[in-house]
Design a protein around this ligand. Structure first.
Ligand SMILES: Cc1ncc(C[n+]2csc(CCOP(=O)(O)OP(=O)(O)O)c2C)c(N)n1
Ligand SMILES: [Mg+2]
Length: 552
């Protein structure tokens, strides 16, 4: 006779789950035993937070929920940041947590936290499983909810007595494909009319444009309309940035070079914009009109209130929109003359030979060693603005960054997930010395899994981004510096390799050798952050007043 945990694992197999990330506790032991007898691999991590970051990244990259597993109380609560990461970032994820038995209580209140309630504001659904009979339907529902637009995390709590209880063999709920409806004809006609009347149209590609299902239709729309485009931080790569229509990425909310185009546009077609991102531009009473094209209606904010909405499956809806306007847009390229100036300003001084290198030089050098389909996964720190702004992308989802929760600590786990999914591609985690140390213990997991992965650490011995903001706000320099371990020895102690860059022209050969050598290789490079003030404050302030805002 099957037990509850067997049904749970069968239901996960029914969903096509191949891996579960996590740290089991004694309340999960039935589940672990059922997994041992299944086709699903249990991938142990060294902290539940990284299990959640990995599962969420699986969801982000595949469109199907990633799954993570923890025990009750302390283990479950370690998932909170990962849940918020998936919720804000719209990444499908299923979390399975243990709990003490619910039919008898022989340990009183020991370790018991109301996990389901704690996760209500961090999930699309959080439910306790109270009977084995409901497992197949609850799991099916959990996966549907996690996946459907707007995607996000769900939590199922499996108490240990339900997991261990003998159960009737119950049939699984078959999985079938679900198509998303295409936008209504009236909204397409209205949008087409606005675009044909626009004098200076511009496309913006936002976070939802990066969904694996959207990218083909978006590329077609850009190619057929020939309207120039810019991206948000999380929309990078959705249409080939190598194209001659790419105008830049909005890493700041205003007054960066890309905003020269934004400010002059009279119409912005915002494809997949999700207002969880730090605003890529600020709408005002006088600014450009906005057409919101996405899977779900716009969220109206003080800074975003579109005048027209095209709601439906983004790729096919854009195809229908392109059918209406292709070859009927005499002004499509009106903003293109600004392109060269914007891109030139951004690549300014990116081969300068000073040591320690500037962020611009580091971005430039990283691009040299990452092929077009290679993936970089950024943690959160000052360098994220530089990479978002300066790093050109050619393929969707090749820059994994978090401009939603913007949490530190996700860089390494998200890179590890990418390395698992794409073993043939070069994958690099880019971390600050602060953010890396928040989940550096996962080096052991990466080594154990025999991943090919380069970890680049930018060392300034400080929480540099906050130190920058402190200086911008004219506070004295205080309280934001720290010491670091010897990163090379630290890597070696995990059985990884480690290298330190010691000259301006040393980064490219060190990274190249690290990729060629294979395995897990940590490369540490000191960074000269004086450019943060020179470019992102002084230069942009001189260009247009007042000062630029930091990214979070
Ligand atoms: C978990 C978490 N804690 C704090 C912050 C606030 N924060 C944003 S960037 C940053 C500093 C990052 O330092 P580091 O990783 O060394 O990168 P750097 O800016 O120095 O390049 C901090 C503390 C955050 N975003 N996430
Ligand atoms: Mg730092």
């Amino acid at each position: 006779m099957p037990k509850g945990s067997d049904l749970m694992v069968a239901a996960l197999e029914n969903e096509g789950v191949d891996r579960i990330f996590g740290v089991p506790g004694e309340e999960n032991l039935d589940m672990v035993e059922s997994l041992r007898n299944s086709s699903i691999k249990l991938v142990l991590t060294r902290h539940e937070q990284s299990a959640a970051f990995m599962a969420a990244t699986y969801g982000r990259l595949t469109g199907k929920p990633g799954v993570c597993l923890t025990t009750l109380g302390p283990g479950a609560l370690n998932l909170t940041t990962g849940a918020a990461y998936a919720l804000l970032g719209a990444m499908p994820m299923v979390m399975i947590t243990g709990q003490k038995g619910i039919m008898k209580s022989r340990q009183a209140g020991f370790q018991i936290v109301d996990v389901v309630t704690a996760f209500k504001p961090l999930t699309k659904m959080a439910r306790q499983i109270v009977s084995t009979a409901t497992i197949p339907t609850l799991v099916r529902d959990a996966f549907r909810i996690a996946m459907e637009e707007r995607p996000g995390p769900v939590l199922l709590e499996l108490p240990e007595d339900i997991a261990g209880e003998e159960a009737e063999a119950i049939a699984m709920v078959p999985v079938h494909p679900i198509e998303i409806p295409v936008a209504h004809r009236a909204s397409l006609d209205r949008a087409a009319d606005m675009i044909m009347k626009a004098k200076r149209p511009l496309i913006m590609l936002g976070a939802a444009a990066s969904r694996p299902r959207s990218t083909a239709g978006i590329n077609g729309f850009v190619r057929r309309t020939k309207i120039p485009f810019f991206t948000t931080q999380m929309g990078k790569g959705t249409a080939a940035g190598g194209s001659n229509l790419y105008m830049g990425t909005a890493a700041l909310s205003e007054r960066d070079y890309v905003h020269e185009a934004v400010d002059r546009a009279d119409l912005i077609i915002a494809v997949g914009h999700d207002t969880i991102e730090k605003p890529p531009f600020i709408m005002g009473p006088k600014g450009p009109q906005v057409i919101h094209v996405s899977y779900t209606p716009a969220t109206v904010e003080q800074v975003y209130f579109p005048q027209c909405e095209v709601v439906g499956d983004v790729g096919p809806s854009l195809e229908l929109l392109a059918d209406r306007i292709e070859s009927r847009l005499p002004n499509a390229g009106a903003l293109l003359p600004l392109r060269e100036g914007i891109l030139r300003s951004i690549s300014d001084r990116n081969t300068e030979n000073r040591f320690p290198p500037t962020p611009q030089r580091i971005v430039h050098d990283v691009r040299q060693v990452i092929p077009e389909d290679g993936i970089i996964a950024l943690d959160n720190g000052m360098y994220k603005i530089w990479f978002a702004r300066n790093y050109r992308t050619y393929v969707a989802n090749t820059v994994l960054l978090d401009n939603a929760l913007a949490t530190m600590g996700a860089g390494l786990p998200s890179a590890m997930m990418a390395a698992i999914l794409y073993p043939q591609r070069r994958v690099m985690a880019v971390c600050g010395d602060g953010g890396f140390m928040m989940n550096s213990q996962e080096m052991e997991t990466a080594v154990r899994l025999k991943l090919n992965l380069v970890i680049l650490i930018l060392e300034d011995s400080a929480y540099g981004m906050i130190r920058w903001k402190q200086a911008v706000d004219e506070f004295p320099d205080f309280g934001l510096t720290f010491g670091n371990p010897d990163f090379v020895k630290y890597a070696e102690s995990y059985g990884a390799k480690g290298s330190r860059v010691t000259a301006a022209d040393g980064l490219i050969p060190t990274l190249e050798a690290a990729f060629k050598g294979g395995g897990v290789h940590l490369v540490v490079v000191p960074v000269d952050y004086s450019e943060n003030i020179r470019v992102l404050v002084d230069e942009l302030r001189a260009k247009v007043k007042p000062v630029a805002e930091p990214a979070e």
